[in-house]
Design a protein around this ligand. Sequence first.
Ligand code: IPM
Ligand code: MN
Length: 372
Amino acid sequence: MKLKIAVLSGDGVGPEVCDQAVKVLKAIELKFKHQFTFHEGLVGGVAIDKKGTPLPEETLTLCHESDAILFGAIGDPKYENSADTEIRPEEGLLKLRKDLGLYANIRPLKVYGPLIHKSPVKEKVIKNTDFIIFRELTGGIYYGEKKLSSDGHKASDECVYTTEEVDRVAHLAFKSAKSRRKKLTLIDKANVLETSRLWRKRVKELAKEYPEVTVDYLYVDNAAMKIILNPRAFDVILTENLFGDILSDEASVISGSIGLLASTSIGDKSVLFEPIHGSFPEKKGKNIANPLATILSAALLLEHFKLYEEADAIKSAVEKSIELNITTPDINATKKYAHTSTVGEFVSEYIIDKKNILYKMENISLGQSTII
Ligand code: IPM
Ligand code: MN
């Protein structure tokens, strides 16, 4: 298959982790005889520095012309905590989502057996947890009108949802539930918010089209508690933009590291894959950020194009790296932790030739990897 992939690595550790995902995709290309081309685009703080805007026009054009987008991370402390900063790197991502119409962000959560003890939550609580969050991504309070009074003492962010915005992401979530354990939980704040009441009304209506799916409704405060107390109770979670942002970070704690979680953002014409973690600026350039979330995002990319065998090859290689403890310090507290690039090399080498992996591991540690 021929695929044109835009790589928007962004800020902080974004470039380091994206490099590894590209390396892994190149291994897939070689092994399975595909033709992938990679095209870099500037976004975020680095784009502000070089072009004066967090989302330059040429990046947007590149994204429109690509089959898929691989995204790293965004955010730079240089632009943070200063209320009067005019342009923020995050605006690049928000504008990208809006312009490409990426209305659904899908964040699967899985607990890896060998890592179960790394989670701060008890093993017996999280064992076999497997749920997926459908977060609405281009509406709600993120995109409502923002106001600040001229005296600087009053601010507001409007939260708006239309039935159309609710329906399109809800349909995706229902379809996913249908192919999984047939349970959908809508998380909202319908006891307080009008927008949440609209979500409930629509989801109740749409549920009639999916009779095999059981639907339940939870207030977000209660859900935040249940995700930690009884995560196995969830199958598909459907929620609005802000709640989805918060709950997915919370849920990542269950897996032991936010550095493991990948996501897909779907629009009618575009599709973007990114780790759920941020730019982790403190660790930038140290070659210790966990690349697995971005590598797993590359697996989601392949799945999107129905390259299931290829995606499975990545997932098995990732599982092997975890099993062999070839992992970065966030999940490997020993002195023998692996660097970001080593994890990427291991995963790539394992895809190319898993039989000789032990021999190859020696080469990797000697810096003689065959495909880098
Ligand atoms: C995420 C991030 C973004 C968001 C930020 C960087 C704007 O936290 O993708 O979850 O809030 O959506
Ligand atoms: Mn977030």
